[in-house]
Design a binder for this molecule. Structure first.
Ligand SMILES: Nc1ncnc2c1ncn2[C@@H]1O[C@H](COP(=O)(O)OP(=O)(O)OP(=O)(O)O)[C@@H](O)[C@H]1O
Ligand SMILES: [Mg+2]
Length: 442
């Protein structure tokens, strides 16, 4: 009833602030993730709050949509004077907008102050340094003295101009190592089309070949069809046209046990895959379904590997979103599959855990596993994937080496690439750059 009493106000807010005017007549289930978040925000604004609390509001949004959502929040704060308090794992944009930052560690508040000094302090802590976004990290690592530590792309660009900073490339060498190209693809997607309703195609004549041992990242806007494609690849749905082969076999004709052992899937909502009463049981159920000969040992191994010891007796529905993500990953890796398909694997993971998970997956890859992920996390893809491809409206672009993919992309790229691309075209992360001149070194 609150909605209806102030429908006029809702319309005003929707039109003027959130850019929802095009969508007012659409049904909720037709909206993209980003549009849904804006509708949520509109319905909160209707109550004319003094304070809005948001729990990781952009974790499921593609980069441009996340940016738009945060810009709207910034206007709500600046123009309507509403206090905004939010939690985030990816701090690069929000830390630049916030004027106060609070740090929670082991249930204690360990910092409360302005983000610039907060980040500088975090950089001195072995664990917290992972939380420092890449722009301030670059300035701190290279000991570039500025009156205020830059956090946003614009502040960094201005510091580069003011201090005449010149960067040069650091060749890490990690990305250039290539597998011999002659191998047969482990997965071949041949001219598939798929529609949920028999009318509108979500995927159109899509082709994809993945070589064994690759780590491929699929990047794209909300609603572009990434999850649909991954679900089809794992044989959980069947396309109306075309074929998907795992080596030589059609995925939907593989026996379920065999498919589960060779081709593992982590859904975008891992919770939907849970059935047991405790985390340990959840893993045991999976081990039993896979008929693993050393089930108990493998369950223990996974619990240790993902540091689940503290939560192994808890109900998987009662643990945090990030913990659910780790349990989902442990389940997916249980059988050491040949092909690991992960939908938004870093969602909800703090930056430290995310790097640990990335390194762990890299070890599996180096032992021969092929990995395909869909992700909105540009820095994670930049750090770990060998190849990237852009999904647009049910099509996939050509697979590119990670550095060329980001160097050629304007909206879907990393903050470091944004500030440094004029000087070093394919720099993606702080480790890719070092200062070539020493104008203001401390
Ligand atoms: N079960 C479903 N029934 C009908 N339509 C669906 C269903 N699941 C997804 N869609 C639609 O299919 C399209 C592609 O959705 P999909 O989830 O594959 O996108 P995505 O690229 O994974 O998006 P996101 O980045 O938000 O995860 C969207 O328009 C979506 O609304
Ligand atoms: Mg998705």
């Amino acid at each position: 009833s609150l909605y209806f009493s102030s429908i006029e106000a809702l319309l005003k807010i929707s039109n003027s602030f959130l850019g929802l005017d095009q969508n007012l007549d659409r049904q909720i289930h037709q909206l993209s993730g980003g549009q849904l978040q804006l509708v949520n925000l509109a319905s909160v604004l209707i109550l004319r709050p003094k304070l809005i609390l948001l729990d990781e509001p952009t974790s499921q949004l593609d980069p441009p949509t996340a940016q738009h959502f945060l810009t709207v929040l910034g206007r709500i704060n600046q123009e309507l004077g509403i206090t905004i308090m939010l939690t985030e794992h990816r701090l690069s944009t929000v830390a630049a907008m916030a004027n106060r930052m609070i740090l929670l560690q082991d249930y204690h508040l360990t910092f409360d102050g302005d983000p610039h000094s907060g980040l500088a302090k975090m950089a001195t802590d072995a664990h917290l340094t992972y939380f420092v976004p890449s722009i301030p990290k670059l300035f701190l690592d290279q000991q570039i003295r500025t009156s205020q530590l830059p956090i946003s792309v614009a502040d960094a660009q201005s510091a580069i101009r003011t201090h005449h900073l010149q960067f040069q490339s650091v060749t890490t060498g990690g990305k250039v190592a290539q597998l011999p190209p002659a191998e047969k693809p482990i997965l071949t997607v041949n001219n598939i089309s798929f529609s949920f309703d028999g009318q509108h195609n979500v995927l159109h004549h899509l082709n994809l070949a993945i070589n064994p041992g690759t780590w491929l990242a699929i990047i794209g806007k909300n609603g572009s069809g990434k999850s649909t494609l991954l679900t089809l690849i794992c044989g959980l749905m069947t396309p109306q046209h075309g074929k998907i082969r795992f080596v030589h076999q059609l995925v939907w004709k593989m026996a379920i046990n065999q498919r589960m052992a060779k081709l593992a899937f982590l859904s975008q909502t891992p919770r939907l895959q849970f059935t047991a009463d405790t985390v340990r049981e959840e893993l045991e159920v999976q081990a039993a379904e896979l008929r693993l000969p050393d089930a108990k040992a493998q369950v223990d191994h996974m619990i240790n590997q993902f540091h689940l010891n503290r939560i192994e007796k808890q109900n998987p529905f009662d643990i945090s979103g990030g913990q659910q993500q780790l349990v989902g990953l442990a389940i997916a890796l249980m059988a050491t599959p040949d092909l690991l398909v992960l939908d938004e694997p870093t969602k909800g993971l703090d930056p430290y855990t995310k790097i640990q998970v990335g390194n762990l997956l890299k070890q599996y890859q180096q032992a021969g596993m092929t990995i395909v992920i869909a992700s909105h996390d540009m820095e994670f893809c930049a750090k770990f994937a060998d190849k990237c491809t852009f999904m647009f409206d049910g099509h996939l672009n050509t697979l590119l080496a990670t550095q060329s993919f980001f160097a050629d992309n304007f909206f879907f790229t990393t903050p470091i690439n944004r500030i440094a691309r004029d000087q070093v075209k394919d720099a993606l992360l702080p480790v890719d750059l070092k200062l070539a001149n020493h104008p203001e070194r401390g």
